[in-house]
Design a protein around this ligand. Structure first.
Ligand SMILES: [Zn+2]
Length: 128
């Protein structure tokens, strides 16, 4: 039941011409800015991923697959820089733990001590 309510609420409304133009502008920015920054953060903290892709979906800021592929939402470009980094660090930690269990949080805490405050701050932003 909950599943269906969630799916219905999150269905994408058709974009206006203005929104579509904004999405394309963000996509270009995201493709230029996010992969190098992800590579930098991964190198700094000793993570290895397979591929990074820029996506546009209405359900998450980022995701990580068991094959080590990271997807980043182009809406990340609308976030302040410290929240962009938080989203990327969060996804990098999923390379080791594909869940939000205690080990995942311990790892995230070790590289991003203020992650709880950042997660709260991120809730103030919307995906487009
Ligand atoms: Zn997560």
């Amino acid at each position: 039941m909950f599943f269906f309510i969630r799916r219905r609420r999150r269905k994408r409304k058709p974009l206006t011409a203005e929104q579509a133009a904004e999405v394309e502008r963000l996509r270009i920015q995201a493709k230029a800015a996010l992969p190098p920054r992800l590579a930098e953060l991964a190198a700094r903290h000793g993570f290895t991923y397979n591929q990074v892709r820029i996506k546009h979906n209405v359900s998450n800021w980022g995701s990580c697959s068991e094959l080590g592929n990271i997807n980043l939402n182009l809406s990340i470009m609308r976030l302040p820089e410290h929240l962009r980094d938080y989203v990327m660090l969060h996804e990098l930690c999923h390379l080791r733990y594909l869940n939000h269990g205690p080990e995942f949080h311990a790892l995230l805490e070790s590289i991003c001590p203020d992650h709880r405050a950042l997660a709260r701050e991120l809730k103030g932003y919307r995906l487009i």
